[in-house]
Design a protein around this ligand. Structure first.
Ligand SMILES: Cc1ncc(COP(=O)(O)O)c(C=O)c1O
Length: 395
């Protein structure tokens, strides 16, 4: 093709070569095992194979590969600009990444608390030592890792991928970017020097709050082969049903995320300006916001040195943001006053969620609520928030 194929076109066609039946909607394959060829000349003993998984239409046993996860990975390989390998969850993807690289030190920020749980497992097994994200570069040694989550949980603010890539590479270390909060279309970490890209696919790839999965992507063939080989023994493969649902969901990834991102920027911009309106009229929406809301966090509000953020996220920011309320009790009560924001953890689904974050993360400010913006009309979300703030403020 003479031009770069767009994200949605890739989502719909990158797996065309796997259409071995005439169904337009891909079939769901449940078999764990697959018949070998009837032709003896096509039977190759395992010891004679120097790589596996090379023909994506051939399968032996589903802990190694099978049709639905392969289709899901084929689409993601096109979308992520690197060979994609799927896992049973985002955390099993991180587990596989650390198994691959086996670093002695990992430099990491706060971010998603579950990733720190995986790091703690490795510390127990291998003595892996945790360093601050902004540690002195000389603390990093060859083959160590910087794990950068951007945009970061729960705030939705961003970090400069290129500068962390430079820091890692200057020491012979590697940069893993957890890009869960910015799926393809919003951010390509490889373009800024990431060595390994990770996603909790339970979020935007699944997109409907009905599947768990994780994904790693790499541009190195040797790493891709090792990851595939390791996964056979880790056993953390994605299920057939989940990957079938995943393909269904990837078809609409770009349009979902565009709408969620646009909704988020509008809501955040409205909240921010309401919060900073000087001397709001008594009884106004702005007065209600100012009575209960303390702060809003999102990449769209970030001021940066230089233009790295506009370059890193040229098409819009992530669809998650956070707010802190003036008091813990207001944060506890806000979800009960909302109609369209469901009070639940997780993010990335078509429906808007809000979470009093201390319910699932013991490390955060107890006044903080995280919002994952869905596909509703943003004016309805704003009206819902206004009503809730008014209720809390007694207006
Ligand atoms: C940034 C980030 N990374 C990783 C994970 C873990 O993903 P999973 O729940 O699919 O294991 C999450 C889950 O919330 C997350 O938000």
């Amino acid at each position: 093709m003479s031009h770069n194929v767009g994200t949605s076109t890739q989502s719909l066609h990158a797996d065309d070569a796997l259409n071995v039946v005439s169904d337009v909607a891909p079939p769901l394959h449940l078999s764990t095992t697959f018949r070998y060829s009837d032709d003896p000349s096509e039977l190759f003993p395992a010891a004679d194979l120097n790589s596996f998984g090379t023909d994506p239409t051939k399968h032996i046993y589903s802990r190694a590969s099978c049709p639905n996860p392969t289709r899901f990975e084929t689409i993601l390989t096109a979308l992520l600009n690197g060979k994609a390998i799927s896992y049973s969850s985002g955390l099993s993807a991180l587990h596989a990444a650390l198994t691959l690289l086996n670093p002695r030190h990992i430099s990491v920020g706060e971010g998603y608390h579950g990733c720190h749980g995986v790091i703690a497992l490795f510390t127990r097994l291998t003595g892996l030592q945790k360093l601050d994200l902004d540690c002195d570069p000389t603390f990093l040694q060859k083959d160590d890792v910087i794990l950068l989550e951007t945009p970061v949980n729960p705030q939705g603010t961003a970090f400069d991928i290129a500068s962390y890539a430079e820091k890692a590479h200057s020491r012979g270390a590697f940069l893993i970017v957890d890009s869960t909060f910015a799926p393809p279309g919003l951010q390509d970490p490889f373009a800024f020097g990431a060595d390994l890209v990770m996603h909790s696919g339970s979020k935007y790839f699944g997109g409907h709050s009905d599947l768990l999965c994780g994904v790693l992507a790499t541009q190195r063939d040797d790493w891709a082969s090792q990851l595939f080989a390791d996964r056979v023994f880790l056993g953390s493969v994605m299920g057939n049903m989940e990957s079938w649902l995943g393909v269904r969901s990837l078809r609409t990834l770009e349009v979902r995320v565009q709408r969620q991102s646009a909704n988020t920027s509008r809501l955040v911009s409205w909240l921010h300006s309401a919060l900073h309106t000087p001397s709001p009229a008594p009884g106004s929406d702005e007065a209600a916001v100012q009575a209960v809301l303390e702060e809003v966090f999102h990449a769209s509000l970030q001021t940066t040195e230089g233009d790295w953020l506009a370059k890193q996220m040229p098409n819009g920011f992530g669809p998650v943001f956070s707010i802190t309320m003036k008091e813990e009790n207001l944060a506890r009560e806000l979800p009960s006053k909302l109609h369209y924001f469901q009070h639940a953890t997780s993010l990335g689904g078509v429906e808007t969620l809000i979470e009093w974050r201390t319910m699932s993360d013991a490390t955060v400010d107890r006044r903080l609520l995280r919002v994952s913006v869905g596909l509703e009309n943003w004016e309805d979300l704003r009206a819902d928030l206004v009503g809730a703030f008014r209720g809390l403020a007694g207006l």
